[in-house]
Write a new protein. Structure first.
Length: 380
C-alpha cells in the first residue's frame, strides 16, 4: 500500500466464509461511497477456508491486505479453553498490528467485526489503540464472541432480529453480486447444466454438512416416482470431504448434478436454482433473502442455543422457507422431513414461497453498515 488515504478499516472475522463474506460486502459498499479513499485489512484465522474465500478477491476502488491471527475458538472444554487463553495475546497483537499498519497511511481507522473467534482479540486491540469498534451481529442469538465484545463496541448493529434493544437493526448483509444476480441461463451454463430442468441447490455452508448431504440422497430415493428425476438437476456444495461419494450417488440415482467441495461463485448457484436445501447459518439466510429462493432449512443440531433455527424464524414466519429438524441419520431425517422435501420440490408450494419473498425488504444491510462506519469515522 502507498499514499495517504482518508479511511482505513480493519475487518475482523474468520473461521468460516460466513464471517468473511459480510465483511467483503461492507468493503464493497464503502468503496461505492468513497472510491479510492478507503483501505482495508482483513484479520482472519489460520484455517484454510479463510484463505480460500479471500483468494482472488478484487474490489474496485478498494485496496486491501489480509493478516492471519493465531486466535482459537472460544469453548468451555478444558483443552479448548486453554488453547483460547494461550493464543489470546497473539490474537490481540495481530489486531494491533493491523490497526497500526493502516494508521501509517490512513487519516482515520475504524474496526468492523462480524463475529467469530478471530474478532474478540481485534476488538480488544481497538480498545487498547483507541479506535472505534463497529460490531455487526449476524445471528438471531448473539454468540459467545459477540457477547464478550459488545461492552467494548462504539455501536452495536445486527442483521438479524434480536431481543436486545441496544442493537440497531440493519437488513441482511450480502455481496453486491448476490443482489444483482446474473441470468439463470448463463449461470446454468457455468455449471454445465440444462436450462430446461429445475435446479435444486444443496449446501451445508463453506465447510459442508454430511448429514445434509446424506439426507438429500436418501430423500430422493425414498420419494421414488414422486421425485421426477427427468425434471430436476442438482448443484451441490458438499464441503471438504465426500465429493466422490456424492458424485457416485447421483449417478446411481440417474440425477444430473454438479458436485463441488466449495462454490466460490455462490451467486451463480443461487441464480441457477429453483429451490434449496441448506443449513440456517446467518450467511445462508441472507443469501436466500437476497435471491428470493425457496428453501428447506435444516439447522445444525449441535448448537445448544439453536441459533440457526432462530435465524430462520423471520423467513419462516413470512412464508418464504420451511424449517425442518436434522436427525443426523439419513433414515430418521427422511422420516422427519419427507413432507418438507416434497413441498420444496413441489411446484405450487414453491410458487407460494417465491411470492412471499416479494413482501420482505431488500438485503441491503452492507450499505447501512458502510454509512455508519463513515459517520463514526467522521468522513461523511
Amino acid at each position: 500500500m502507498s499514499g495517504r488515504t482518508r479511511l482505513g478499516v480493519v475487518f475482523a472475522g474468520g473461521g468460516t466464509g460466513g464471517h468473511i463474506q459480510p465483511n467483503l460486502a461492507i468493503a464493497e459498499a464503502l468503496a461505492e461511497r468513497m472510491p479510492d479513499s478507503v483501505r482495508g485489512m482483513f484479520v482472519v484465522s489460520e484455517r484454510e477456508i479463510d484463505q480460500r474465500v479471500l483468494k482472488g478477491e478484487r474490489i474496485e476502488g478498494f485496496e486491501f491486505d489480509s493478516l492471519v491471527s493465531s486466535a482459537k475458538p472460544m469453548a468451555l472444554k478444558p483443552w479448548a479453553l486453554m488453547q483460547f487463553i494461550m493464543n489470546w495475546g497473539g490474537s490481540v497483537r495481530a489486531g494491533r498490528r493491523a490497526i497500526r499498519n493502516l494508521r501509517e497511511t490512513c487519516d482515520k481507522v475504524v474496526v468492523v467485526s462480524t463475529g467469530g473467534f478471530v474478532s474478540p482479540g481485534v476488538a480488544q486491540a481497538a480498545r487498547v489503540e483507541g479506535v472505534p469498534l463497529v460490531m455487526v451481529n449476524l445471528d438471531a442469538v448473539p454468540g459467545k464472541a459477540n457477547r464478550l465484545m459488545q461492552r467494548w463496541a462504539t455501536v452495536l448493529l445486527s442483521s438479524a432480529k434480536v431481543e436486545d434493544a441496544r442493537f440497531e437493526r440493519v437488513p441482511p448483509i450480502v455481496r453486491r453480486r448476490l443482489r444483482d444476480l446474473p441470468s439463470r441461463e448463463a449461470s446454468l451454463a457455468h455449471f454445465g447444466l440444462n436450462a430446461d430442468r429445475k435446479t435444486l441447490l444443496v449446501t451445508g455452508g463453506s465447510q459442508g454438512a454430511r448429514s445434509v448431504n446424506r439426507f438429500v440422497i436418501a430423500a430422493m430415493k425414498a420419494l421414488g416416482e414422486k421425485f421426477d428425476k427427468s425434471a430436476w438437476q442438482v448443484i451441490h456444495q458438499c464441503g471438504g470431504a465426500g465429493e466422490d461419494e456424492l458424485v457416485r450417488a447421483y449417478e446411481e440415482l440417474d440425477v444430473r448434478a454438479h458436485v463441488a467441495g466449495y462454490l466460490p461463485r455462490m451467486e451463480l448457484a443461487l441464480a441457477a436454482s429453483d429451490a434449496c436445501v441448506c443449513r440456517g447459518g446467518a450467511g445462508a439466510i441472507a443469501d436466500l433473502w437476497a435471491a428470493h429462493l425457496p428453501a428447506l432449512i435444516l439447522p445444525y443440531p449441535g448448537h445448544r442455543d439453536e441459533h440457526q433455527k432462530v435465524n430462520a424464524r423471520e423467513l419462516e414466519s413470512a412464508g418464504c422457507v420451511l424449517v425442518g429438524t436434522d436427525r443426523v441419520e439419513p433414515e430418521a431425517n427422511v422420516s422427519a422431513n419427507r413432507a418438507n422435501f416434497e413441498a420444496i420440490v413441489g411446484d405450487e408450494s414453491r410458487r407460494r414461497m417465491s411470492v412471499a419473498f416479494e413482501r420482505i425488504g431488500p438485503a441491503n444491510g452492507a450499505e447501512h453498515v458502510a454509512a455508519r462506519v463513515i459517520e463514526i469515522a467522521g468522513c461523511g
